[in-house]
Design a protein around this ligand. Structure first.
Ligand code: KG4
Ligand code: ZN
Length: 334
């Protein structure tokens, strides 16, 4: 697999993305077309529209990724694609394109787990060491994943209700901020002079699980109360209170999980890893605890195909090809 060129596709949600990766490390191109503008009016991703948009753009995005890489389609060693989890209709678009290419070019197809992609985004910028703990925080997932060695995942904790990004988006929506709301809450929180105190959901003392729906309800209650009484609402202070509650629980549980499993490093990944408050709080805490923290640059935290290529490269190296009759798996487990 020396010098392997992987063309990777990612269409699991509302980003159509294609990338070319050399040797699992070098990003030759990583084209991301966001559908945010078409979903914004609905305040969230509309599955049917997502599938249709992927169909419209996938060929163009693929061509652009190939062109920017400086290679041609015939030079590719393998085709990687997100197999799940995600929206089934959206996943299918990438999968059909990937299967057609693998068949026509007679090269391996590598079906990849979306979360493995988020985790291995770190491989594009860091040397990963094992055992390791990953805190995966995105619009669809909130998980603590232990990796005993490369490709060996054990989910030790997960959200019991909303994903972190989902909670961010719902709170933002209640504050009438545009979709996706995470970056807006992040910005508001940074501007706030103070924080409105909100509850933290620790759950059972030995649990690595998360819960964000109670916090979200508490935020909505503050908003509704202010509106009913016609009082001014300090939205920045509310955003900061919400963000502080989220961050405190995420950081505490992640550090506890690292220590309990003797992990040699903590990885932060997924769309919410772009959050400046979370990055800096986790970085401070890891420094204090002597835990190495690996975080990809923000552009590799949100959905993109380069991370899928990075994860697929490790499977290619192990000879783990995927059958051409593989199916989209919306509930794919790690
Ligand atoms: O990983 P991702 O691109 O897609 C999924 O696989 O879900 O994550 C998208 C999520 C959205 O909920 C978005 O609001 C959140 O990541 N997000 C953020 C920030 N940037 C993106 N949340 C908080 N702060 C940010 N700066
Ligand atoms: Zn994602």
């Amino acid at each position: 697999v020396d010098g392997a060129l992987i063309l990777a596709l990612e269409t699991s949600c509302d980003e159509t993305s294609a990338a070319v990766i050399r040797d699992g490390k070098h990003i030759l191109s990583n084209v991301v077309a966001s559908q945010i503008d078409v979903h914004e009016a609905f305040g969230g991703v509309v599955p049917e529209i997502a599938s249709r948009k992927h169909v419209e753009t996938i060929t163009l995005i693929m061509e652009q990724a190939i062109k920017e890489s400086g290679y041609s389609l015939r030079d590719m060693s393998a085709i990687a694609v997100t197999q799940g989890p995600g929206l089934v209709g959206a996943l299918l678009v990438g999968i059909i394109a990937a299967k057609s290419l693998a068949l026509a070019l007679d090269i391996p197809l590598i079906g990849t787990h979306h979360i493995a992609g988020h985790i291995y985004a770190n491989e594009l910028v860091h040397e990963m060491v094992y055992p390791s703990m990953a805190l995966v925080v995105s619009g669809g997932h909130t998980e603590l994943v232990r990796m005993e060695s490369e490709g060996q995942f054990t989910v030790v904790g997960r959200t019991r209700d909303d994903a972190v990004g989902e909670a961010y988006d719902k709170v933002a929506r209640a504050l009438k901020l545009p979709y996706p709301g995470g970056p807006h809450i992040d910005r508001l929180a940074a501007e706030a002079a103070e924080a409105i105190p909100l509850p933290r959901a620790w759950l059972e003392s030995d649990s690595y699980d998360f819960s964000f729906s109670g916090l979200k309800s508490a935020v909505l209650a503050v908003i509704n109360q202010a509106r009913m009484k016609g009082e001014h609402l300090d939205e920045a202070a509310l955003a900061r209170g919400f963000q502080e509650s989220v961050i405190e629980v995420l950081v505490e549980k992640a550090i506890r999980a690292v220590k309990a499993s003797n992990a040699r490093s903590l990885l932060l990944c997924g769309g919410v890893a772009a959050n400046r408050g979370l990055r800096s709080a986790l970085s401070d805490r890891c420094q204090a605890e002597g835990v190495p923290l690996l975080v990809p640059p923000s552009s590799l935290c949100t959905d993109n195909a380069a991370m899928i290529g990075a994860a697929a490269y490790l499977k290619l190296k192990r000879g783990e090809w995927t059958e051409l009759d593989m199916k989209a798996d919306p509930g794919f487990s790690l």
